[in-house]
Design a protein around this ligand. Sequence first.
Ligand SMILES: [Zn+2]
Length: 403
Amino acid sequence: MSIKEVAGNNTSDLTEMNRSAIVRILQQKEICTRAEIAKIMGLTQASITKLVAYLIDMGIVSEVGIVKGNGNRRSIGIRLNAEQNLVIGIKFSRHVFAIGVFDISGKDYRQQETEFSLDDDPAEVLKDMKHQVNELLKEFPKVVAIGLAVPGPYLRKEGHIAMVTRMHSWQYVNFVEEFKDAFDKPVFIEQDANAGALAEWWFGNHNRPLNSLAYFLVGEGVGSGIVDHDRLLLGNLGIASEIGHISIDYKGPVCECGNRGCLELYCSTSAFLTRAEIELPELFNKSYENRQEACTRVFDAARNGDIKAKKLIEEIAKYIGYGCVTLINAYDPEEIVIGDSMAAAGDLLLPTINEIVKSRILPAIGSRVKIEISKLSFDPTLYGAAAIATDRVLRKPSEYLAK
Ligand SMILES: [Zn+2]
């Protein structure tokens, strides 16, 4: 066992962890009294008073007057100064990069999108992206950190995307190198499905306490991100829970990853549209502007009673259901949230997904997992990029939050 694996915490680390716990509670609950925080954290009120005093001095939290506390006692409420701490989220995907400015409670201030072609030189695309971020940093001086969401599988220690279907020139871009000194604010990078999981964790409206959440990204790519007991599950290289490349047919078609019959080959937007264009040619006699619009065309047809469209979506839903079965068996999530392009089929997917899970998972387990479609107000990956930054700054409030 290496020394690093058994490293301890200094008293100052423990103090910072407790400060972080307070700001994370306030990020979720908006206003709390010192007594409520003490109860949630299992610490004495004297300790909380000391920790809160520091956070007030630092301008990270503030008092909001008298609120009703425990047992109807009137106490002073504490809130997080979220509007003093903004984050920039950058979503980088196959044809588009989006940049958004949010605060650490998830409130949005600005969103902009830039399309690019896969033939464009990655260096030029990155130059444009950095220029736009620099302009936003001038306009929003309260930004404390930047989060970047990239397609997976992303080797987070090395900074490379290991493989992205149809995006080969981007495989050689080292995102860590590109962004480590790009701005005078820290940049944190995660893969898109992990970003979605963090968006649900920090900005989603879920019942709390929540032990474990799986975000199931079903779009141009298929992947998942897991937050387990307040921590993103990363694995060794950062590619844990790469569910899109789990084989559902070991004799199936060869995938770019080297495996056969990968889940991604059956339920990604690509797989769906390839089948839709063959099975429902009448829907595609008019060209479409983008792939999301093409998907919507099929979803709308199904909602208007087109039997073939409905059947195709149900078949894709079965594959998403198999993915949920694997997620449950592998990660034991309390909730599975389905997001990205295919999630727009929402109500058309859920009955089949639930049926598959019910028939393939022990009732004692399956009945306790809630499967739902993402209800986030913004694109989960862009929102997730902001959540990546939010997650990091809330864990070290003294280092990153406003002074
Ligand atoms: Zn694969």
